[in-house]
Design a protein. Structure first.
Length: 124
């Protein structure tokens, strides 16, 4: 199994954007998504109206963010991933949720997920 880490998704995310735009996903994007696999479990953050905002980097309105989320769910599902939706809660609770869902994975086994974000390793 590949060595997954925290990521924004690469070719799977590209697939989602093609779906969002109603365009066919090019064969090379699909091939890349199948070749460069992540761990089976993928965590996805749902759109959350209470905290949603736009800024100089995020231009989507909330409705488009919902459509983007739905397209990403479709793309990851089509590529055979098991999605776990993060709870709509504070950051520490979300980290705890991820830790609980990855606790049974042996970090020394080949292909085990490793958090690549040091800031999250010590969250209580």
């Amino acid at each position: 199994m590949p060595d997954p880490s925290s990521s924004t998704g690469g070719s799977r995310t590209s697939s989602g954007y093609y779906l969002l735009l109603g365009q066919p996903v090019p064969a090379h994007v699909t091939a890349a998504a199948q070749l460069f696999r992540y761990h089976q479990r993928v965590f996805i953050a749902p759109p959350w109206p209470r905290i949603y905002t736009t800024d100089s980097e995020r231009h989507q309105d909330f409705a488009e963010a919902v459509r983007t989320h739905d397209a990403m769910v479709a793309a990851y599902t089509q590529h055979g991933y098991e999605l776990s939706t993060l709870p709509r809660s504070d950051v520490a609770s979300r980290v705890k949720f991820i830790q609980q869902h990855t606790a049974s994975i042996d970090p020394e086994s080949p292909g085990s997920p490793r958090l690549s974000c040091p800031e999250l390793r010590d969250v209580p």
